[in-house]
Design a protein around this ligand. Structure first.
Ligand code: FAQ
Length: 315
């Protein structure tokens, strides 16, 4: 068998569906695009705690409060797995967080919308986590090993998140007229931004072609978006609510739902930092980081003290 150079070994692994691991040789652009995507994903999980965190003190019962706290804590955990996966590519978590705080790194557009009522907790769980799962199930098969393994665990937790969101809406949808209206209003506001989570149309997606070749992405933005529309268009029937799209219609020939045009100007405006809550979200993250400085310093001082103690024991 001819001797293969590192690039050929890398390509062969991709073709054979073997995972690329941190110490393997990889093209610089493969490292860079994974680092970009995984760190943005980590930032999204952490910034994503804010819209729901906003309702923890106002949850309507002790049980709802306990569930919401658990869900928001799960998102923090997802952020930690993902920062760890991204660190294996050679950038420190401190650097990634600094990039988020200076606005250099992106995070998902969806978290720049406000959570105005309790029904938003249902709509976020059902629609936002629902969209996240569809994207992330695909990513359990991504070619970079640490990312794929993090996704397996995250997906298990996301499916609980989606069900708790749906159940919040189900209760509201069977409640008073005011509760039903609140449920419909939350669906109206979160529907289109949820569709935008999948990213621009394939024709506008700068990274898709290369990411599909390297099996970082296994399905395109439009394919995943369609899968999401098909799923939600059926589930909404159980709620007896409507999706805010007059063009939503089953297409028997394509065996998919047709749906209306997405407002891409709105999407790019939010991505560029001008959405309803971009400033508020980044300010909150920066403030949390500053307020946590003493905890990080105390943890380092404690670790150093313990090391000293262990050293003197050995000596
Ligand atoms: N928002 O060429 P593409 C969650 C950017 S986790 C902002 O198509 P790609 C859990 C993109 O970065 C949600 N920017 O890019 C939860 C690129 O700009 P760049 C997050 C976006 O990477 C639930 C440019 O547009 N999930 O929700 C967005 O191939 C509830 C061109 O786009 C992930 O991050 C967007 N929506 O495909 C937490 C999943 N879309 O970087 C709390 C992993 C695109 O060149 C509560 N990520 N852009 O400056 C992915 O699968 C991919 O990165 C895509 C985008 C599919 C998001």
């Amino acid at each position: 068998m001819p001797v293969q150079n590192p690039e050929q070994i890398f390509q062969q692994k991709i073709e054979d569906e073997l995972k690329i691991e941190p110490k393997d040789w990889m093209p610089d652009a493969y490292r860079k695009t994974n680092l970009r995507q995984i760190s943005q994903h980590a930032h999204s999980e952490v910034v994503g705690m804010l819209p729901e965190g906003n309702w923890i003190t106002r949850a309507p019962s002790l049980k709802r409060k306990a569930i919401l706290i658990a869900k928001v804590q799960d998102e923090a955990g997802h952020g930690l797995y993902l920062y760890s996966a991204a660190e294996t590519l050679g950038q420190s978590r401190d650097e990634m967080i600094a990039d988020l705080h200076t606005g250099k790194a992106k995070y998902s557009s969806i978290f720049n919308y406000p959570s105005l009522t309790w029904a938003d907790m249902g709509a976020i769980g059902w629609l936002v986590d629902g969209a996240a799962i569809i994207n992330q199930v695909m990513l359990t098969r991504t070619s970079y090993g640490p990312y794929a393994r993090a996704m397996v665990r995250i997906c298990k937790e996301e499916s609980f998140h989606q069900r708790q969101g749906f159940e919040i809406l189900l209760v509201l949808s069977q409640g008073t007229d005011e509760q039903k209206a609140m449920c419909q209003d939350a669906i109206n506001r979160w529907w289109w931004p949820s569709l935008m989570m999948f990213g621009p149309h394939d024709s506008e997606s700068t990274h898709s072609e290369q990411s599909m070749q390297w099996k970082i992405k296994r399905k395109s933005n439009d394919e995943l978006r369609q899968q999401f529309v098909d799923m939600i268009a059926e589930q909404i029937k159980v709620l007896g609510m409507k999706l805010p799209d007059k063009d939503l219609k089953w297409n028997a020939e394509k065996k998919h739902y047709d749906f209306g045009k997405i407002n891409w100007d709105e999407f790019w405006n939010v991505v560029r930092g001008n959405g309803p809550c971009n400033k508020q979200r980044l300010d909150a993250r920066r403030k949390a980081h500053e307020n946590g400085q003493w905890v990080r310093e105390a943890a380092i001082a404690y670790a150093e003290k313990r090391n000293e103690k262990n050293k003197s024991k050995v000596a």
